[in-house]
Structure formats: C-alpha cells, structure tokens
Design a protein around this ligand. Structure first.
Ligand code: GAL
Ligand code: ZN
Length: 658
C-alpha cells in the first residue's frame, strides 16, 4: 500500500525536538521513518560497549505516533575506533593508498575486521528489535557502491575467485589471452588485483575484477542478510540503490532481498527539469526491473541539493509532489523523503530537507503535506496495483562495464544510449519494463536489446527463439563482438545473432562526433551518430541507408522476418527522432497499447490490478499542457471528472480510473 515517509536522524537533533517532530510528522500524514543507517558511533561508542537506549526511545516514540520504523544497518560508516584499531577496514586504492575515515563508505567489504564487527552490530540490532512491532523492516548499509580495493584480503579473495572460475592457471592464461605483452602467469602468486590502475590492462582481467568486487559487496551484504533473517525472520530486508550508471551489479546485489529500494534526486535546474524526469523515469523503471516487482524510494528529493558542489535550484512549486507521484506511478510502494530537516552540521548542511534550518515549515513542507494527504487517501485504491507492459528493454550491467573498460567511439556510451531508447518510448506513451538481459521474455511483444557486446550462444538462442515465436526483437550495433570473458569472436558480426538478424556487418566505422545522415524507405532523413555498421543483408530487407561518406547508399538498418517474428538491426546510433519513428511504427503494428500524441514534457504511466487500472498523467514543464486522453474519465485525485482533453498545470498531476 503506497505510503509516505521521511529520513530522520535522531542522533543529530536535540532530544527536545524528537517529540514535536514526531507529532508534526503524524499530523502531516507520515507513516514511515528510516533511522540509524549512519549511527554506528552512537550505537557502539567503543569496542564492545553498546548504547541502544536512545534508539529504543526513538523507535518507541515513532511507534506511539503510528509511524513505522525502517532501521538501517550502520555499516557504511565504521566508527573511528574501528578504523584506528583495525586499519584493514580501510580500502586501499590501486596505488595502495588508504581511503581515510571522515566521509563514509571507508570500508573494504573483504576486510576481516569489518566483517567481524559488522556481524556483531547487525546481530545486536536484529536481536534487539526482532519483536518490536514498530520496526517494519531493514535497510542494509547505505547505497552500496563498487569498491576497487587492493588490500591483501582483496588480493587473496580475488585469486581464490579466479581459481574457482578457471580452475587452472593454464585456463586463465588462455581465456584472458595473457600472451599479449608477455603477461602470462607462471604461478598463482603472480596474479594480483589490477594494481597501477592503468586503462591499458587486459580487458578480460578488468572485467573479472569488476565481477569479483561486485561479488564482494554481495557477500558482505549477505552476511548481514543471513543474520537479519535468522534473528528477525518476520521483517523484510531491502537496500537503497543509487542511480545508474553504477559499477556494481544491482541485479546480483538484490537477489536475496525482498524488494529493491532506490534513492531519487531528479535535477531541479530549469534547463534540466524537462530532461531529468525522462532519465528519472528510466531510473524508476530500472528500479522496478531489478526484482521485477514494486519497489521503495528510500530517499526522495525534498529541497535543493548541494554541498560539495554549488547548490541546485530549489524545487519549483509542484516539483516535489510530481516527482513523488511519478515514483509511485512507476511502481514505488513507499516514498521516503530525504530528509525531514536540513542538517545544521556536517558535510550535508545544504542538501536541503523538507524543513529549512530555521525550523519554520514553509512552501516545500506544505507541498509535502498535500502529497502525503493524497497518497494516504488513494492508498486503498492503489493497494495491490503494479505496472505491466508489453515492451521491454534488456539492460545489462555486464555490457555497461565492458563498454566502460573499452569505450567504442567518442561520445558513445551504453547508458546514454539506453536513455535515448527509453525516452523515445516514454515520449510515445509506451510503458516499458527495463529488465536484466538474462530474464525470461514471456508476455512481451517488443524487446529492445542495447548493444549485446558480450554474447554467448545461450543468450543468442533464447533471443532468437523469442523472435521465432512471434516476438519483435530490436538489436543494436556492437552486438556479438565478444564472448563473456571479454575476448573478441572470430566470426562476422553480429556473431551468434547474425542468422536471426539475417544480416552481417561488412565493415564498421567508429564515426564518433562526426555528423552523418541516413535516409529511410519513406524518404525521411535522420542523423546517424557515433557508429556506422556497413551492413550486408542476407535474408533481411534494408529499411534505412547511409546518405553520405564512402558508405553512402549502404544499408544502416535492416528488418528480417524470422520464424513468426521480426528482427530489426540498427547499425548506427540515430538521433532520438528516428527511434520515435521506428518504435512508434513497430508498436502500432504490434497493437501495443499507448497514449499517442503526448506533448513534450508530459509523461504517463499506468498501475493496475485485476479489475482496476489507473492512469497517471504528469506535466514536467513550466507551462500548462493539454493532453488528449481520448474520453472523459473519473479523476481519483480530485473526485471529479477529467475531460477528454486535460489541461495539466506546470508540474501538475492527474490520476484517472481507466
Ligand atoms: C544519498 C545518501 C544520503 C545522503 C544523500 C544526499 O546518496 O544515501 O545519505 O548523503 O545522498 O547527499
Ligand atoms: Zn580490500
């Protein structure tokens, strides 16, 4: 059931403020708070001395006001005594310099001391609050990121990880191709983490190191999850993800969690408030895709962000409410705002909360109150609803990392290209799931695969089967380039998908920032950017051709009938307008439901359950917009009628029962 909350730091506020804060929260409609995720030094002020009294009091207080508590395990900020007595806690960078305490995140997931002391504090917390009715669930740590640590434990564990994967040194040497530049290893002891941090290191080595460090974060979290499950089996466990692009594989990180959470800070500058909600929509769809279910927002924009960079603009009137409803519209079941009040001390004094330093609730607080009121009122209707789509984008953390290790052309970026596909679909009013590339594809009509640069035969056959069974598959350039060990394949591109695409790449040109054009069958012309595959159709039909340079007249995009389905291959990275044109016509051919004709900056999303569906409409611009929704519906937001042509105010929201 959708609910509204705030992040609160009792340890940062005078005790006399706790009660009035809790009262005001209740009055404002807050039903959940997150506490304690950075409070290790207050929970265990010195080794083995625990002080839970203050947290007991805070939990009791919120419970008394009917506010559920999410507790964060405090492991993202190890206290100074821990780092001083057990320096193995601190990560070492590729030059072997430690990351000092003072910021947070100063901990190596493989550190024996960190693991030992983290297990103790998590165990104490879990045991203490296991039966506390006010504690509704747990957040592990805070915004895990990939830590490229090179300490002795990371070295030992990396070596053991490689031994498990490759078994023998011969296999490792062969799979990585270490013969290049005399890099062959003669003994396991020669294999270390990638010291020196050079970009010239072997890409197979760098990719495996990234996978290993993801597994390190996963194991560190799993140690905590195991304790929480054992000591506190009746509560859920989640983690708050930072937005993509991340070096950490969120799919692996969330495998054993109950649901994913995401921290959402859409940009507030006037020049970004139209584009940012589009990339925000992608982030929210990614968050829903991590576990293929509804998720939580554990931190949501509440005021101007800033601190170690100049402050952004204050959220424009309506923006906080609209962005929160946007989260819910894309599957959030709770929106917890960061933070209740701006901090008086510390590095984040100007990362504004709902209430300013003055402690006088103002415009943003009133808007939050309105939001909480609406969400609480509509929660029973939205209970059990989720987002269902017929279109999917297959996101791949592995491709993102491999392409980050070896960028293919100037200005070409995996995640930025995913944003373009997603934005085109969003502008077309097509709902899209963004799921892991390894997920089953049942129920989808249209599947878009951003570059499958690393590709194995299993994945290729699964995708080919999807098309053979009647699906429409859109493949991008840089597909089938390498095997999963980041080694180039010796066969015409797109490698294992060449047959189903009905086309091969005769030659390619990394055109980078050079401007090129392509022309479609109907005569329309678009920019062809970043990359040019010069295509040689086998069974496929060209549907767009390059318009200039030595490859003028050569096919740039092809369409192949394959089994009962269709495979489209896009050899370049055209401008957004082309994707709008292509995805729009594919969706119409496939009968994919959409709300056509959305004005720029207007987004829609639908949540539904058996027997009920609700359409959310947003205007993320600073002018009124007219949106044709086809006919008159009942507005569940206002309780009145919503006409077939809606007038939506700047940052306005409408929710209709369809
Ligand atoms: C998040 C983090 C919060 C807070 C916020 C603002 O990344 O989880 O603790 O720091 O950013 O910077
Ligand atoms: Zn380490």
């Amino acid at each position: 059931m959708p609910r509204i909350g705030v992040d609160y730091y009792p340890e940062q506020w005078d005790r006399s403020l706790w009660e009035p804060d809790a009262m005001l929260m209740r009055e404002a409609g807050v039903t959940v708070v997150r506490l304690a995720e950075f409070s290790w030094s207050r929970l265990e002020p010195e080794e083995g001395r625990f002080e839970f009294g203050w947290l007991d009091e805070a939990v009791e207080l919120f419970g008394r006001h009917g506010i559920g508590v999410v507790l964060g395990t405090p492991t993202a900020a190890p206290p100074n005594w821990l780092a001083r007595r057990y320096p193995d806690v601190l990560p070492l960078d590729s030059q072997l310099h430690p990351q000092y305490p003072g910021v947070r995140g100063h901990r190596c997931y493989n550190s024996p001391s960190l693991n030992r002391y983290a297990a103790v504090i998590v165990d104490k917390l879990a045991s203490r609050y296991a039966h506390n009715p006010s504690v509704i669930g747990w957040q592990t740590d805070n915004e895990f990121s990939l830590i490229a640590c090179h300490c002795p434990s990371c070295n030992d564990k990396f070596r053991a990880w490689l031994q498990r994967k490759y078994e023998s040194l011969e296999t490792l040497n062969r799979e990585w191709g270490t013969v290049v530049w005399s890099g062959e290893f003669g003994q396991w002891s020669e294999v270390t983490t990638p010291l020196g941090g050079s970009k010239h290191l072997n890409p197979s080595y760098l990719l495996d190191y990234n996978r290993f460090q993801t597994d390190s974060a996963v194991a560190f979290q799993q140690m905590q999850v195991d304790i929480l499950r054992e000591k506190c089996p009746d509560r859920w466990v989640t983690h708050n993800l930072w937005s993509y692009p991340s070096y950490l594989d969120y799919y692996k990180l969330c495998e054993t969690l109950d649901f994913a959470s995401f921290d959402y800070y859409p940009h507030t500058s006037p020049d970004k408030t139209e584009t940012s909600p589009y990339s925000g929509a992608l982030s929210l769809d990614l968050a829903r895709g991590v576990k293929r279910k509804n998720f939580w927002i554990m931190e949501q924009l509440s005021g101007s962000p800033g601190c170690w960079f100049p402050m952004w603009r204050m959220p424009y009137p309506g923006y906080i409410r609209a962005a929160s409803w946007q989260s819910i519209s894309r599957g959030a079941d709770a929106v917890v705002h960061f933070r209740w009040r701006s901090a008086l001390t510390g590095a984040e004094q100007f990362w504004h909360g709902l209430i300013d330093h003055s402690n006088v609730p103002g415009r943003r607080f009133r808007e939050f109150r309105q939001l909480a009121d609406e969400v609480n009122r509509l929660a029973p209707l939205l209970e059990g609803t989720t987002v269902r789509n017929e279109t999917a984008i297959l996101f791949s953390h592995e491709q993102h990392i491999a392409l980050d290790i070896q960028p293919q052309a100037s200005g070409m970026n995996y995640f930025e290209n995913v944003k373009t596909y997603h934005k085109a679909l969003t502008k077309l009013g097509i709902g899209v799931d963004v799921i892991n590339w390894t997920e089953p594809l049942d129920g989808y009509k249209l599947v878009i695969t951003p570059s499958l640069y690393l590709l194995d035969w299993d994945t290729a056959s699964r995708l080919a089967q999807f098309a053979a069974d009647g699906g429409t598959l859109v493949l991008m350039n840089r597909t089938g380039v390498k095997n999963l060990n980041n080694v180039c394949r010796m066969e015409p591109l797109p490698g294992p998908l060449a047959e189903c695409a009905g086309v091969t790449v005769e030659e390619y040109d990394p055109i980078g920032g050079d401007m090129h054009r392509m022309t479609c069958a109907g005569g329309s012309s678009y920019e062809a950017l970043q990359w040019a595959d010069i295509l040689s159709p086998v069974t496929a039909e060209p549907i767009a051709w390059y318009a200039d340079d030595y490859f003028a007249g050569k096919p740039a995009v092809t369409l192949n009938r394959y089994g009962r389905g269709t495979v489209c291959y896009i050899g370049t990275n055209p401008e957004e307008a082309y994707f709008i044109h292509l995805f729009g016509s594919l969706a119409d051919e496939l009968g994919i439901g959409r709300l056509a004709g959305l004005p720029e900056g207007v987004q829609v999303s639908c949540r539904s359950k058996e027997g009920a569906a609700y359409l959310f409409i947003f205007n993320f611009t600073r002018e009124d917009k007219e949106v044709n929704i086809g006919r008159e519906y009942d507005s569940i937001l206002t309780g009145g009628k919503a006409g077939s042509v809606l007038r939506v105010a700047p940052y306005g929201v409408e929710i209709v029962k369809v």
